[in-house]
Structures are given as C-alpha cells and as structure tokens.
Write a protein that binds this ligand. Sequence first.
Ligand code: ADP
Ligand code: MG
Ligand code: MG
Length: 310
Amino acid sequence: PGCGSMNPPISRQDFLLDTIVTVTLYDTDSQDLLNGCMDICRELDALLSPTKEGSDVYRINRGGGKPVEVDPRTAQLIQKSLEVSQWTDGAFDITIAPLVELWDFKAETPRVPTQSQIDEVLPLVDYRGVQVEGSTVTLANPEMSIDLGGIAKGYIADQMREYLRENGCKSAVLDLGGNIYALGRRTDGNDWTIGMRSPFDTSSQLGTLAVHDRSVVTSGPYERYFEVDGKRYHHILDPSTGYPVENGLASVTILSDDSVMGDALSTACFVLGISDGTQLIQNLDQIDALFITDEEEVVTVGQAVFHKNS
Ligand code: ADP
Ligand code: MG
Ligand code: MG
C-alpha cells in the first residue's frame, strides 16, 4: 500500500448498526483495510444487536434469568456499562431495554405510553440485576432485558481503530452515525477539524473542535424522536422516571481517548444534566466535555477547545 501524503484518501460508506458508517483512510490505498473495518462492524453488530436473532444480547434477553454464555467481548462491554452505571448512580443503565421497547421510537406510528405501562416496567430497570462472571451473563429477573444502544457504537469504533493501528494506518476518520474517532493526525501533520452540528438546526454547523487521536461523541435528542400533539419525545430516557430526559440540555459531546467511554458518558451526562455531568467529567482523567443548553449556551469542561462559527 502506498504511504505518504500524495495519495488521495479512500473512503467507504455502509448502512450498518442502524446508521450510516463511514470510514476514510488518508495514508493508505488499501481497500482491504476499508473492508476489514466494515467486517469488524458487521461482526460486532451480530453479537451486540438487540434485534438480530441469535446475537449475544438477543440470547441474554431470552435467557429466562439463567446464565448465558457470550463472546468475551460482549461480556467486557457489559462490564464497562455497569462501571459507568456505578459512576452515575444509574443515570446510564443498559437495563433500560423494557422502556426502550415500550417507547418504541422506531415504530411507524410511535405512541406515548401510559403512566401505568411505565410503572409496570420501571422496576425492571436496575443495572444491579446484571451479573457478569467471566463470559457468563445472568439477569436477576427473567423479565429484565438489556440494550447496548448507548455504548455499542463507541466500542465498535475502538475495535476498528485498533485494527487500523495494527495494520499500520496512522491517519483515518471513523464516523459511526456521528460517533467519531479521529485516528492520528491529518497527513499534513495538523489536527483534525471536527465540525459540530447545531442541535437546533442539524443542517448547520455550530463550530469546530481540533483534535488528534481522539474520540468525539455527541448525544442529543435530535438523533431520534417523534412528536405527538406538538410535543417532542426523544430516545434518551431517564431510568428513574421512565420518560425522555428534559433538563435544559440540547446536547452533550464527550472527547476521550476511548470511544466506548465517550459513547457511554455522552448518554450518561445527557441524563445527569449540566451540573452533575460537569462534576462527573471533572473527576475523570483525560476526558473533556462540551455541553450545549437549550438557550444555545456552550459550556466546555476540561481541555476541549471549541471554535464557535462566527
Ligand atoms: P445514539 O443512539 O444516537 O448514538 P446515545 O449513544 O445517546 O445516542 O444512545 C441512546 C440509546 O441508548 C437509546 O436509543 C437507547 O437504546 C439507549 N438508552 C436510552 N436511555 C438510556 C440510558 N439512560 N442509559 C443507557 N442507555 C440508554
Ligand atoms: Mg451513547
Ligand atoms: Mg451514541
């Protein structure tokens, strides 16, 4: 494969993980590497998807409360999810699945669940009911189920990044439906410039972030939502109430070395809100954040260098 800044970048885009996955490699002309990235995506989706029959998550959710043997990677990711649940006192919780199903944001005609429907499934949402021992996962209650939608894309981005590094690629951008990993630097040696979409008008750019070897992940209600009677219901749920989070935040962006943390923490901080979210990020090493409020105020935490468009 040719190396050096003279070659044009190569890119591939596939619809995977229920979103558009784009891989762009800047310092190689190897189509095999592009294909290898997409293969990793497909392979991990086959383990982590809640709906693909026979996936690890599918089997865990139908395990009837009995131990289910899974791929070590699945067990590792669930373990990480539980860690973030502990840090956030359950604001991030993969046992949110029964509520996700109830709200069914992907339905053709989504509807707002009744309070009694929510009350019925709310007791099933509790990360402390998930046991991981080696590569065996057990749910405390046969009615419980898990959904890795708030963390899986970050994990998959990290796996693709590792694969690229192992194969000598030092300049690439991975975009998993807005979950970005910027590998290395641009071939001219400069930082990558990552555009931040406005949460208020997703066709416009609010500003840019300059990064290298960094994950940039944003969680916001504009990603997936429906409207009933002029009210917007979005897909990030508060595990304590069962309703979409409403706390004055428009989006949270996390900058981190590992995308798995960025993905989980962006969802978590969106649930926690600006005050608890800021405190959490300040207590973590090497992780920066950017909160955007409904009033279009931009608050950076840590080292994040944000250039607002004029
Ligand atoms: P996106 O899916 O757009 O990347 P997130 O990473 O914020 O957005 O993940 C949102 C998804 O995570 C939801 O679609 C749902 O599957 C799941 N989820 C919703 N609320 C929570 C929560 N409080 N904790 C963990 N996962 C959640
Ligand atoms: Mg997330
Ligand atoms: Mg995400």
